[in-house]
Design a protein around this ligand. Structure first.
Ligand code: SF4
Length: 485
């Protein structure tokens, strides 16, 4: 397993991307390409399961990047068939940082009516309770992944078809999840009742595609049809096309607002809006809320780029690439020695000295998590001769952990959990620091009147501390929710 790059420690990390296709020749190749486009959602490991009428179910699971594992003929030839699903992961539940290959999705289960494979993005917040109950009733778990709970719940269901069993299993599950699953003849997609995690439907010739994001439809030339609705289950077959069910009690949707800020790729479309345009709008809001006199607006690449462009357009302050990212410095870099680790951010980002010298610089970043990277970037900018450094952050202070499928440090490690904005400014030693307000962020994602405090339109728990799904397992482990105001 390649070691995490030190730079990666200071970002929230989306932990999974899912993809599925039915009704095409060589589904595995399309799944591999789709997963490659979703690689930003998880780089630790990936897996593909396919089914072929003669060769049955086959699977491959590997650590590392899709491009390093699912391109060779020797692997892809073992994955024949017209239907397949795949998954890329960082680690959610399961052996975080110490993953066994048995934790890598998709998972497979053999039922009386045939086999099924399943992969999910998100987190089951009552997984510990379910697991305990299932083990007490005789289930034998092979992995520490939440998806396996769904397989065991399906095994115990009396449903007459696999989709029926899945429906029954998912009614027992709490949390934020999008699921892709397959049987011998069907592709299934489900979003949790609040629709916290994304899932979209596309068309590819006579076939159909499910994907975490639209960017993965583009790479295979599929047409984007629509998002799967919150609480919707689609069952797709070559014979009957797409059949839609709503197995859960209807609830008001609470999509993850951080997908707009950071997780999704800027070339994806979310809720009918281009992610890039939303990020640019965030930058414009930020410029209105937190103006400052300066000579240059520079993004912390790459995720701060659209917001920096928006800030520059709104403020009239010129935009410049003051920091250049080394595109080839991934997690697969040589095993870092202590000396190389200490170089930290410099391995990945370099300051464009000629631009920065003697300038008052506004740096736009997507978020501040622990603050370690922000501090190092500020030092690099000052070393390069900047006169002033002003941080503008395209999300509100991240003060609460996410329990819905995103890797966040424990609450006490989040800078905003223990410091006021002024204390954070002093800690980072910058001339000024400002975060977009929660209302400003809502306006930028298209809610003209900002956040509805009685019924927030999105999940924003990592900023507000208001969790739309009770994090049952975490409460059992002693997590303290925000006191009611
Ligand atoms: S807590 Fe934050 S990161 Fe997690 S789902 Fe909600 S908005 Fe997204």
């Amino acid at each position: 397993m390649p070691p995490a790059h030190p730079f990666d420690d200071d970002k929230l990390r989306e932990e999974c991307g899912i993809f599925g296709v039915i009704g095409v020749n060589d589904a595995a190749n399309f799944v591999a390409l789709g997963l490659h486009a979703l690689q930003h959602r998880g780089q630790e490991a990936g897996g593909i399961v396919v089914h072929h009428p003669e060769h049955g179910f086959n699977s491959a699971r590997r650590f590392g990047y899709v491009r390093d594992n699912f391109t060779s003929a020797s692997v892809m030839e073992t994955l024949p068939g017209p239907i397949g699903i795949g998954h890329v992961r960082y680690s959610t539940a399961g052996n975080k940082g110490n993953t066994a290959i048995r934790d890598v999705q998709p998972f497979f289960g053999e039922f009386s009516m045939g086999g099924a494979a399943i992969a999910h993005n998100g987190n089951i917040t009552n997984a510990n309770t379910l697991r305990r109950e299932l083990i007490e009733r005789g289930s034998i778990f092979q992995s520490s992944s939440d998806s396996e709970c769904i397989i065991h719940l399906m095994a115990r269901s009396m449903g007459r078809s696999i989709p029926d069993r899945m429906e029954e299993a998912l009614r027992k599950v709490e949390g934020a999840f999008s699921v892709v699953a397959m049987t011998r003849t069907k592709l299934v997609g489900v979003r949790d009742p609040l629709g916290v995690r994304p899932l979209v439907l596309g068309k590819l010739g006579d076939g159909w595609v499910l994907s975490s994001e639209t960017c993965a439809l583009d790479i295979i030339g599929a047409e984007f049809l629509r998002e799967i609705e919150p609480g919707e289950m689609v069952v797709i077959s070559e014979k009957d096309g797409v059949q839609s069910h709503f197995p859960f009690r209807p609830r008001k949707s609470r999509f993850c607002i951080f997908e707009h800020v950071y997780f999704s790729r800027p070339d994806s479309v979310l809720g009918g809006r281009s992610v890039y345009e939303t990020r640019e709008a965030i930058g414009r809001e930020l410029a209105k809320e937190a103006p400052v006199e300066a000579d240059l607006v520079c993004p912390v690449p790459d995720s701060g780029t659209p917001a920096a462009i928006g800030y520059s357009l709104q403020s009239g302050i010129p935009y410049a690439m003051g920091i250049i990212r080394n595109q080839y410095m991934g997690r697969t870099f040589i095993e870092p020695s202590e000396q190389i680790r200490n170089m930290g951010v410099r391995l990945k980002l370099n300051v464009n000295r000629a631009l920065i010298r003697d300038k008052r610089v506004i740096l736009v970043d997507d978020s501040v998590v622990r603050g370690t990277t922000s501090r190092k970037i500020k030092e690099m900018i000052l070393d390069a001769g900047a006169k002033e450094v002003h941080f503008r952050i395209a999300s509100p202070p991240t003060a609460w952990p996410c329990f819905y499928g995103v890797d966040t440090p424990q609450r006490e490690k989040l800078l905003a959990a223990t410091m006021s904005e002024e204390e954070m400014r002093e800690h980072l030693q910058v001339d000024s620091l400002a975060f977009i307000s929660l209302d400003g962020l809502y306006r930028a994602v298209g809610e003209a009147n900002g956040r509805d405090p009685k019924q927030p339109q999105y999940c924003d728990a990592c900023f507000s501390g208001e969790y739309p799904v009770r994090p049952a397992d975490m409460l059992e482990q002693g997590f303290q929710m925000k006191a009611a105001e």
